[in-house]
Design a protein. Structure first.
Length: 245
C-alpha cells in the first residue's frame, strides 16, 4: 500500500469526508470514543464508506505517525450514485449497460472485468461497500486503467440498487448454469444490467431472486464454469454485438 494513499489522524479523515474526497475504507481503533470519532462514523455512513474496527496494532502497522486511532485509505476512483449515473447515461442518449459485482474479491478479476466493460461499451459497475475486492493499485493495473474510464457506483445494498434499476426501466440479468435460456437469446437492445457473482458461491439467492432473467453460457467441455472475468467478457461482447446489429 502506498503511503500517499493513507489519510492519517482524526481531523484529516474528518476533513476528507467533509470535502467529499473518495475513500475506500476507514479503520478505527476498537473501543475508542470521542465526539470527532462519532462524527466520522456518521459521515462515513452517509457517504457509504466502510468503517472497520481494528486493534491498535493494525493501525500501528499501517503507519508510525500519530494516527489518533483513525486511518483512512484514499480511493483511486470517484464513486458515483446509481441514479446520477442512470440520469447521465440516458441524458446523453445512450442505452444503459451496467454490471453489478456480487462477492467478487479477486482484484485481478475486477480489473479484467472493468477492462472488458469499457471495451464493450458498458457505462457503469455497481459494487457493494463490503465483501468486494478493493479498487487498489493492483486492480487498476489489471484493468489497464479502465477503472478510470467507467462509472463506479458503491452502494450499501445491492438489492436497493436493483430496485433503483427497475424503477428506471433497466432489466436485470444473472447467469445460472442450469438456466434453459442461453446467452444468445437475450435482448440486450434495451437497458440492461448483468449481475456477476463469486465463482464459488455464485450470486446470492436473495439477489438472484430479484433478477428479471436467468441465462446460461453454453460450454463445449465438461467443466464447472468459466472464470468470472472471462464470463464477463463473453457476456459483454454478446451485448455489444447485439446492440451493433
Amino acid at each position: 500500500m502506498r503511503k500517499s494513499s493513507l489519510v492519517i489522524g482524526r481531523q484529516p479523515v474528518m476533513e476528507a469526508l467533509q470535502s467529499g474526497k473518495a475513500l475506500d475504507k476507514i479503520w478505527i481503533q476498537k473501543n475508542i470514543s470521542g465526539e470527532l470519532i462519532e462524527d466520522i462514523k456518521r459521515l462515513a455512513r452517509q457517504q457509504q464508506v466502510p468503517v472497520q474496527p481494528v486493534p491498535i496494532e493494525k493501525l500501528n502497522g499501517l503507519s508510525r505517525a500519530n494516527h489518533q486511532g483513525v486511518i483512512a485509505m484514499a480511493a483511486l476512483v470517484q464513486y458515483m450514485d446509481v441514479q446520477d449515473v442512470v440520469d447521465f447515461v440516458v441524458g446523453r442518449g445512450d442505452v444503459p449497460l451496467f454490471l453489478m459485482l456480487d462477492g467478487i474479491t479477486d482484484v485481478r478479476n475486477i480489473g479484467a472485468i472493468a477492462r472488458s466493460a469499457v471495451c464493450c461499451g458498458a457505462q457503469a459497475m455497481i459494487i457493494p461497500d463490503k465483501g468486494v475486492g478493493a479498487l487498489n493499485e493492483e486492480a487498476m493495473k489489471s484493468s489497464a486503467g479502465a477503472l478510470q474510464h467507467i462509472h463506479i457506483c458503491r452502494v450499501n445494498s445491492l438489492l436497493k440498487a436493483v430496485d433503483t434499476l427497475h424503477s428506471n426501466g433497466i432489466q436485470v440479468f444473472t447467469s445460472e448454469m442450469r438456466a434453459e435460456t442461453e446467452l444468445s437469446s437475450l435482448d440486450f437492445a434495451i437497458p440492461s444490467c448483468i449481475i456477476l457473482g463469486d465463482e464459488g458461491k455464485g450470486v446470492q439467492p436473495y439477489l438472484a431472486k430479484a433478477a428479471d432473467h436467468f441465462f446460461s453460457i453454453p460450454m463445449k467441455g465438461k467443466f464447472d464454469s468459466f472464470n468470472v472475468s472471462v464470463a464477463a467478457g463473453i457476456i459483454l461482447y454478446e451485448a455489444m454485438m447485439k446492440r451493433r446489429s
